[in-house]
Ligand binder design. Sequence first.
Ligand code: 5GP
Length: 358
Amino acid sequence: MKIDNRPNLDFKNVLIKPQRTTITSRSEVNLCRKFTFPNSQSEWEGVPIMAANMDTTGTFSVCKVLATYKILTCLHKFYTLNDYQMFFCQEKNKDNDIENIKNYMVVSTGIGEKDFINLCSIMDNISGLKWICIDVANGYMQKMISFCKKVRERYPKLIIIAGNVATSEMTQEYIINGGVDVVKVGIGPGSACLTRLKTGVGVPQLSAIIDCADAAHGCGGFIIGDGGITSPGDMAKAFGGGADFVMCGGIFSGHDENPGEVVEKLTQNGETKKFKYFYGMSSEHAMKKHYGQMAKYRSSEGRFIKVPYRGSLGDTVEDYLGGLRSTCAYVNAYKIKHLPKCTTFLLVTQQLNTHLVE
Ligand code: 5GP
């Protein structure tokens, strides 16, 4: 047994220090970033935010909205070729810009044989898709690297994301030996996640981002800070800590564009509140929905949550983009890419004054 006693930080442990700035308006800030990826050598430009590949957020309807903001959507891995074909057919009939939507669409896969067959059927039959996300809860499994290599051999030019991990050596392993372009970082920070409770395993997300970003950048790769974003401020801290992309589930749930009905509940003081359901992909609910049952040897590592209904997804996105622009203005970062070098984190014991909050 070893003890690592370096400080380990979460978003709530820090604030970003303001500094002298020449930015006079938030409109001067550019949230788009252009990337050239190390293994595929492909390029992509957009706002480096992603919707999580959960079946409540990684959907075609969410993708359509986020594409208008140049934001990526990691579609969930249960979509088949037929689902993709039907979606594109509908969009074509509505005269929508399909190529634009494809640019912001990431196709997800697990690492089983059936997953690989499903992935290849989608990538081989639909032209113009650029992104693949190889996703397992525990990215430390040896099998992951060999699966990533197999996907890389088959698709040398596509941008490959893989994860999840939360430490530097595994980040480098993916980029150097797995042929991966972008490593997904986050073990346990998610809003619908129970891993830390059920296993005791995890790394505080800001420290995971700082360590993994440093490791990835050292070998020409990139990382996604995946999970734990509860506010625009958290998102700014993730970028400030070195995340090249930020992936979000919970904050993109509960809207008109997410699947499921709006549920009304009467509260104790007689008010009616509206909710939608959101759940982890390892939750018992998700397991039963996609696999018909939850295997006996597993314990549920995901929650089933009622989230407040929040109307249109576009309003939430604009709130987040506005917050990010404002952070950039406070620290003199004209581009989102400049945030890490403009960021000094202050270790704090309090974030907000909640004195008058009910
Ligand atoms: P959020 O933005 O909601 O805080 O986090 C989203 C991330 O949580 C996802 O991208 C994924 O990495 C993670 N996640 C989704 N479902 C589950 C689950 O059931 N268990 C765990 N441990 N993590 C999950």
